[in-house]
Write a protein that binds this ligand. Structure first.
Ligand SMILES: NC(=O)c1ccc[n+]([C@@H]2O[C@H](COP(=O)([O-])OP(=O)(O)OC[C@H]3O[C@@H](n4cnc5c(N)ncnc54)[C@H](OP(=O)(O)O)[C@@H]3O)[C@@H](O)[C@H]2O)c1
Length: 249
């Protein structure tokens, strides 16, 4: 495989599992030194690090709770101290909490933690990273097809977090464009082996609404992220790349 990311340093939030782990592996295969975060899966994070090292590339895992926005500046400082700089930020870490807005038993604490993790936490990391990203830098925000169309009941809060970070990323493209830093969104689709899927009935509705009529594999979404991280995508900014099997087609 060619290594278009040689000499680049990447930070992938939430790299211990699912799409984040697939992205860590792919960016490392393409030559980047890859830092990533996790919050509770220390063993899985170490397994990802070991796998990358086994292939002769560099990765380092930082435990950093994205719901705690005060952690973001220290996280970025740690990445720079470890790898010497930062070129690529992939905002991947997120959680999913479902429930209709009129549910009297809604777990509002869990919903609030989702808003903190998926929205405020992403903003805090982007703000901190923007201080140090080098020219030619890349910010890639992982959203969801639900960021532009909700499509089923019980997903209002999750969809709102994704829609919010999409718009924020567009603003980032405007703010950092003069520094030759791009900012784009990947709208991921339902993935095998990723976060807890919605209830079976909702899952059936969502998969049935896809052009490809199947869930995606994390590697298929990671490929879209790697494209936006690559030198090839130098004139792509403020864009939304749909990698969700044709949810909007
Ligand atoms: N799975 C899907 O079907 C789907 C569909 C559309 C979009 N997406 C989006 O794709 C992205 C990845 O989803 P996924 O399915 O790969 O998720 P996942 O398998 O549940 O993995 C989530 C990752 O985020 C980390 N994380 C969660 N909360 C965190 C926090 N507070 N601080 C730091 N790290 C945290 C987890 O760390 P720990 O391992 O330590 O918990 C883990 O590494 C998300 O942005 C999600 O919204 C997913």
């Amino acid at each position: 495989m060619s290594k278009p990311l040689t000499g680049k340093v990447a930070l992938v939030t939430g790299g211990s599992r699912g799409l984040g782990a697939a992205t860590v592996r792919l960016l490392a295969e393409q030559g980047a030194d890859v830092a990533f975060t996790y919050v509770s899966s220390a063993k899985q994070a170490q397994a990802v690090v070991d796998e990358v090292h086994g292939k002769g590339a560099k990765a380092f895992a930082f435990r950093s709770d994205q719901a705690d926005t005060s952690r973001a500046p220290a996280l970025i400082d740690d990445v720079v101290a470890h790898f010497g700089g930062l070129d690529i930020l992939v905002n991947n870490a997120a959680i999913s909490v479902a429930g209709t807005v009129d549910d009297p038993d809604a777990d509002t604490a869990a919903l609030d933690r989702m808003h903190a993790t998926n929205y405020l936490g992403v903003i805090a990391v982007i703000r901190a990273a923007s201080r140090v990203l080098r020219t030619g830098g890349r910010i890639i925000t992982v959203s969801s097809g639900l960021g532009s169309r909700v499509g089923a009941p019980g997903l209002a809060d999750y969809a709102a977090t994704k829609s919010g970070i999409e718009r924020y990323t567009m603003g980032v493209a405007r703010d950092l464009g003069p520094r030759n830093i791009t900012a784009n969104v990947v709208e991921a689709g339902l993935m095998e082996g990723g976060m807890e899927p919605p209830d079976p009935e909702t899952l059936k509705v969502l998969v049935g609404s896809l052009s490809l009529q199947r869930m995606g594999h994390p590697d298929e979404i990671a490929a879209a992220i790697a494209f936006l991280a690559s030198p090839t995508a130098s004139y792509v900014t403020g864009a939304v790349l749909d990698a969700h099997g044709g949810y909007n087609a």
